[in-house]
Design a binder for this molecule. Structure first.
Ligand SMILES: [Zn+2]
Length: 130
């Protein structure tokens, strides 16, 4: 995953703070290609839901480019980049994408980590940022 894409996620997280931000990442052949910011329908510092209108628009754009949804991202503005129980529950409905979490807990050193979340179990994945 290119550093520039991670930076886009971090910028979005900073823009939407103190609320959580969210969005989707397109990819092809296991390579992330593009970041699609979405509105957080919950507009909350504690939870996120990709706005349904944004989700439809983004998914059709991604499909139109012949790519797939590689990841779903959101931010934690005060806590570490670990999936919360809420995040784990939310992922039940959509187990395929990697879940990226951007933490702003240390504002000078934002971190992004990736997880596969399936049936309540969480496994960290290497993001492979060159
Ligand atoms: Zn979360």
């Amino acid at each position: 995953m290119a550093r520039t894409l991670l930076d886009e996620i971090i910028s979005h997280a900073r823009e939407d703070a103190p609320n959580e931000c969210c969005g989707m990442v397109a990819g092809t052949n296991g390579e992330a290609t593009r970041v699609y910011p979405a509105r957080n329908a919950e507009a909350s510092p504690f939870r996120y839901a990709i706005h349904p209108q944004d989700q439809i628009r983004i998914m059709s754009e991604i499909e139109g480019r012949g790519e797939g949804i590689a990841a779903i991202y959101h931010s934690h503005t005060k806590t570490s980049a670990e999936p919360s129980q809420t995040d784990i529950n939310l992922a039940e409905n959509w187990p395929d994408p990697v879940y990226l979490i951007c933490s702003l807990a240390d504002p000078d050193d934002p971190t992004v980590r990736g997880f596969v979340i399936r049936s309540g179990s969480v496994e960290e994945v290497e993001l492979d940022v060159p």
